[in-house]
Design a protein around this ligand. Structure first.
Ligand code: MGD
Ligand code: MGD
Ligand code: SF4
Ligand code: MO
Length: 762
């Protein structure tokens, strides 16, 4: 393997990490670039519309909106996402002639994003090294010709990123299935797929069982493998509310993340002038991948407590009426190897005892989680253990309690509800077939990793993406990029430039689209779209500012025109009527998707509506037995070979996935650079390395040559022993394509075995 070279960031600074999140510096930090780039009037208009009932939904994360909204209902990172999208800077037509694709390969994601909004469709012809403008009609004709020339519809894959609205997502999957394939990979495959797999199998629905108000009612919230201070900032407000009502918060994390330690709520005077709230009452610094062992150990202690005082600990009525599997679970945990638990978690026995005591003392418990759990080899089993622990004391389907995966992209959950999934259940496919009267394909399609393999092995020729940055986000960058170059045609529907526009098939198109902030006019009438948040609430999103360029089409319009060009009347689907009036789309969704029966009416209510949820509403479990399933999972944890570390890839404070807003990571003390690896000081000493030293990070996978992330600066940091951390997407070169979670096939982005090799002093 030839070793890639990377220029170091010249001005990188490393400072001590910050112990608190948000407060006045946070808000100033968020407003200042907005004011500078947008001008005060445009910035004010956006700030007053974000997350308001008649405004647009923040396009950043999927954290829900409270029923009562503050005048400024957003966070620092919501404002960054908004100003990033609403920037008046655009990519000029001259850009395409000035920059060859080869020259753009050397640019960082940060630089690409800084070029501004895409304003007109462009094409890269076969053999050319440049994009050039193309008309919309010619662009759609080109895609249609290439799709219709394929031997089989399965030779095309249609990716979705989770920002796509319900309306666009529904039409997109309808188009793809009418074209004839279930190849609908999405960002969820790399994100909460493990959650969906575990929850569907155990409680019959792949979604959260809590509502927004439940946080304020909880006695205990356990936050596992999640960094809300950066990735779901307003969740801290909900946690603060829980605390005010006497609830306790426990954080289980490999890193001491800032927001969980102290939080200054910018909406409250107390938060502005005071010291803020200590959010986490207890912090368990766990080893990477140790959560499954921790959960089993806590469940074991709960069962022991029941044995010591029979009848007083477990929720016997609930367990008897609503669950199966308790006896096998009990028998399995009787043999739990405590030494293995301590080795896997890196925790002291007393810390686990104390967490069990917290759990037993609480009547209402919520467990939340995100990527620290889902992007692990044993992710599905770990999340099943969350369900086990909750079920023991009836902590599902009662107020203030439940299982609460916290989603990533603002509409990633809604996209799945609308049918974006390579393995949609038969129920959904049947309903689609009844409504639109065409034979819906039934063979499951390719997920994200299978799509890379399909491209690599010459089984997929056309790749179309509704948003996102597939080659930037997927594991094993070098392999994924080589695979993408093998495509005949790649098409990106996007707002801004990213790596996936530069690594293309033989022919390539960029189709620029409207963002959420922008007013979407069809036939002279403003349209709105809808989204579903982490707690299954659906509401409308109305654009607030004029589009940045006149030629932009909405995602809905792009799908409709693509479908009309490709299907050419093949099925009797009213694409033009859909494009002209989004109510027509919603009327059809109402007839296909359960819970949306009076969609057009419900979505116009002030706060939208909450989808029905069997476990949450009625303790109804839609599993084959009609009961929640307590599962037995064999404990396994990642052994760290001598001289190696377990590396997680994570987000800085100033990025949204592959979008880099700035080169800073304020809470972790990093400024003006991203080429860092965080390592515990004792591990540095043990490995004979020092803070500030430059190393090449070698990723290891049995039987394969090392993958290398060159020239990183070591940063001594209080991570768990034996664990290291580096930023995604750069560190994606280290994650092997073969390293995927069992059952869910999610890349194991949080556990890469690495070796740190000092750079030869030059
Ligand atoms: N500002 C901003 N907001 C975002 C995003 C963004 O990039 N920027 N991305 C959005 C998306 S798509 C998503 S999915 C979410 C992601 O939200 P998070 O899941 O919070 O994101 P990560 O940065 O991947 O952080 C993972 C956390 O898990 C911890 N962790 C790692 N391994 C383990 C482990 O084995 N056990 C435990 N207990 N903890 C572990 C890490 O230390 C880190 O705190 O955020 C969404 N919101
Ligand atoms: N190593 C590692 N890899 C990871 C992760 C990790 O933690 N570690 N996290 C994974 C996770 S959780 C996720 S969700 C994926 C994310 O994977 P993706 O969703 O594919 O990536 P994003 O960076 O969110 O996509 C950003 C691009 O979306 C486009 N975009 C923005 N807004 C819009 C819009 O409104 N419409 C359209 N059409 N396009 C728009 C812009 O062009 C922007 O460049 O990455 C995964 N990859
Ligand atoms: S918490 Fe998430 S959705 Fe809410 S304003 Fe912040 S970034 Fe946007
Ligand atoms: Mo995500």
């Amino acid at each position: 393997m030839t070793e890639p070279t990377i220029e170091p960031y010249p001005d990188l600074e490393v400072h001590p990490g910050k112990q608190w999140a948000v407060g006045v510096p946070g808000i100033l930090h968020s407003m200042e670039p907005a004011l500078r780039r947008l001008g005060p009037a445009r910035a004010a208009r956006l700030a007053l519309a974000i997350n308001q009932q008649d405004g647009f939904d923040c396009m950043s994360c999927a954290w829900p909106d409270p029923g009562h909204r503050n005048v400024l209902e957003f966070c620092e990172n919501g404002m960054k996402a908004t100003t990033w999208e609403a920037t008046p800077i655009t990519v000029p037509r001259s850009f395409w002639a000035e920059h060859s694709l080869t020259s753009l390969l050397d640019r960082t994601e940060y630089w690409l994003g800084q070029q501004g909004r895409l304003t007109e469709p462009v094409v890269k012809r076969a053999g050319s090294d440049h994009y050039e403008p193309i008309t919309w009609d010619d662009a759609f004709r080109l895609v249609a010709e290439r799709l219709n020339a394929l031997d089989s519809p399965d030779r095309a894959a249609f990716y979705t990123s989770g920002r796509t609205s319900n309306e666009a997502a529904f039409l997109y999957q309808l188009f793809v299935r009418a074209f004839g394939t279930n190849n609908l990979p999405d960002c969820s495959n790399m994100c909460h797929e493990s959650t969906g797999t575990a929850l569907n199998a155990t409680i019959g629905v792949g979604k959260s069982t809590v509502a927004y108000d439940d946080f304020a009612k909880a006695d205990l919230v356990i936050v596992m493998g999640q960094n809300p201070g950066t990735n779901h900032p307003r969740m801290l407000t909900a946690l603060e509310e829980a605390k005010r009502n006497g609830g306790r918060i426990v954080s289980v994390n490999v890193l001491p993340e800032a927001g969980l330690i102290r939080y200054k709520n910018p909406q409250k005077l107390r938060g502005i002038v005071g010291r803020g709230t200590e959010i986490a009452d207890r912090f368990l610094q766990i080893r990477a991948g140790g959560d499954m062992a921790l959960l089993q150990a806590v469940s074991r202690r709960v069962l022991d407590a029941e044995d010591a005082a029979p009848g007083s600990v477990l929720d016997h009525d609930f367990l008897a009426e609503k669950t199966i599997g308790l006896d096998a679970f009990r028998a399995h945990l009787a043999d739990l190897d405590e030494a293995a638990v301590l080795a896997a978690t890196g925790l002291a026995r007393e810390e686990i005892d104390d967490l069990a005591a917290e759990y037993l003392a609480a009547d209402r418990v919520i467990i939340t989680w995100a990527m620290g759990l889902t992007q692990q080899k044993k992710a599905v089993a770990t999340i099943k253990e969350i369900v086990n622990l909750l079920l023991l004391r009836g902590n599902i389907g009662k107020p203030g309690a439940g299982a609460s995966p916290i989603r990533g992209h603002s509409n990633v959950q809604g996209d799945r509800t609308m049918g974006i999934w390579e393995r949609m259940p038969e129920r959904f496919l049947d309903a689609l077939e009844r409504e639109f009267r065409f034979p819906v394909p039934r063979i499951p399609g390719a997920d994200s990793l299978q799509t890379v393999r399909g491209l690599r092995d010459g089984e997929i020729d056309v790749f179309l993406a509704m948003g996102g940055n597939f080659v930037g986000a997927i594991s094993d960058t070098t392999v994924a990029e080589a695979a993408m170059r093998g495509a005949k045609l790649t098409v990106q529907v996007s707002t801004k430039l990213n790596r996936s526009h530069v690594v293309t098939g033989e022919e390539a198109l960029i189709l620029p689209t409207l963002g959420r902030t922008e007013i979407d006019l069809q036939q002279g009438h403003p349209q709105f779209v809808s989204v579903e948040d982490s707690v299954c609430a659906v509401h409308a999103s109305h654009g607030a500012i004029p589009p940045v360029a006149p030629a932009l089409l909405s995602e809905v319009a792009i799908v409709c025109r693509l479908a009309m060009a490709t299907l050419a009347g093949r099925h009797d689907i009213p694409w033009q009527a859909f494009e002209d009036d989004y109510d027509v789309i919603r009327d059809r969704i109402a007839r296909v998707v359960p819970g949306f029966e009076s969609f057009n009416e419900d979505v116009r209510r002030k706060d939208g509506f909450v989808l029905p949820n069997g476990p949450r509403d009625q303790r109804r479990f839609d599993t084959p037995t009609g009961r929640a399933v307590i599962t037995v999972n064999e404990l396994e944890h990642l052994e760290r070979p001598a001289g190696r570390l377990i590396l997680q890839t994570l987000r800085s404070h100033d990025q949204f996935n592959t979008t880099i807003y700035s080169l800073d990571d304020r809470y972790r003390g990093i400024r003006k650079g991203r080429d860092v690896v965080f390592v515990h000081p004792d591990d540095l000493a043990e490995l004979g390395l020092v803070d500030g030293q430059r190393v090449d990070v070698h990723g290891e996978w049995p039987g394969q040559p090392d993958r290398v992330l060159p020239n990183q600066r070591l940063v001594a940091y209080p991570t768990a022993r034996g664990c290291a951390a580096a930023y995604f997407p750069e560190a994606n070169v280290l994650v092997p394509l073969e390293s995927a979670a069992e059952e869910s096939n999610t890349p194991v982005s949080k556990a890469v075995i690495v070796r740190l090799v000092p750079r030869a002093a030059s």
